[in-house]
Design a binder for this molecule. Structure first.
Ligand code: NAP
Length: 259
């Protein structure tokens, strides 16, 4: 066996279909790119068409198979419509990555019902609804991979965690509940836990050099995360290689959480 065929057997996503929410920006975009380059047909879901088109154009130019669906995942109807539209492109997905997220940071005393609802809808309810839509089918077919993107704020308070930290804590619990339900049928459900990653989500913090340096110093690697840092872990969790890894929270944070 050549090393190429060994790696293909473990990690190739050839023949798989993946849906990546938030796949038009930051961590989700890097993951969509990684899964597509590993062989999967990828559908990216977000609201803004220009970013979706740019992402898909880049993937297609690289010889990958990719498509986009524009949808607002902050409403149940939006999620349900997006799921049907996305599944109609390349067929029912084998891999679901929930990266779409919002981080609204009012101080706890100013946190309104509206901010709470908006946060829970995108960060927690959409992954739940998509899991309900696609998890049972994956289980019936005997293979599935569900990957959620959570946050260090699922584990500790950090810069007005407010509703955001709660939503991410819930998302890690959702992964464990999904893992309990579907792992016996070949569907693993895990989360990737970022530390501080330089993406549009935290533009305010990441545009302040003092904050950037201070956060980098809190890692063990000595720098903040880049979206591309998630590529390898995402391919692993989407592949055959991770068949015995389920219900886990895997930190991709340069050691921030253990420092
Ligand atoms: N960056 C970090 O330091 C960090 C740390 C911990 C966790 N995370 C988590 O990592 C994930 C990705 O974050 P990121 O940093 O890559 O952020 P990002 O670059 O801002 O990407 C967020 C993505 O979510 C989509 N999205 C947001 N609201 C949506 C909605 N209502 N409907 C559909 N799509 C929506 C955005 O597209 P549209 O705006 O076009 O809809 C975009 O594609 C998030 O879940 C975030 O909580 C990030």
């Amino acid at each position: 066996m050549t090393s190429q065929s060994y790696l293909t057997e473990l990690f190739s996503l050839e023949g798989r279909v993946a849906l990546v929410t938030g796949g038009s920006s930051g961590i989700g975009r890097a993951i969509a790119k990684a899964l597509a380059h590993a062989g999967a047909k990828v559908v990216v879901i977000a609201r803004k068409e220009a970013e979706l088109i740019a992402t898909v154009d880049e993937l297609v130019a690289d010889g990958c198979r990719a498509a986009w669906v524009s949808a607002d995942l902050s409403t149940r109807d939006g999620v349900r419509a997006a799921a049907e539209e996305a599944a109609a492109v390349f067929g029912e997905p084998d891999i679901l990555v929930n990266s779409a997220g919002v981080n609204l940071r009012p101080p706890m005393g100013d946190l309104t019902d509206e901010v709470w609802d908006a946060t829970m809808a995108v960060n927690l309810e959409a992954p739940f609804l998509l899991g309900q839509r696609f998890g049972p089918g994956m289980a019936e077919r005997g293979f599935g991979r569900i990957v959620h993107i959570t946050s260090q704020q699922a584990h500790r308070a950090f810069v007005q965690s407010g509703a955001y930290g709660v939503s991410k804590g819930g998302l890690e619990s959702l992964a464990r509940s999904q893992a309990e339900a579907w792992s016996p049928y070949g569907v693993t459900c895990n989360t990737l836990v970022p530390g501080f990653v330089m993406t549009p989500l935290n533009r305010r913090l990441s545009s302040d050099p003092a904050t950037v340096a201070e956060l980098a110093a809190r890692t063990l690697v000595g720098r903040n995360g880049l979206a591309e840092d998630f590529a390898g872990a995402a391919v692993f969790l989407a592949s055959r290689a991770s068949a015995y890894v389920t219900g886990q929270s895997i930190f991709v944070d340069g050691g921030l959480s253990v420092h």
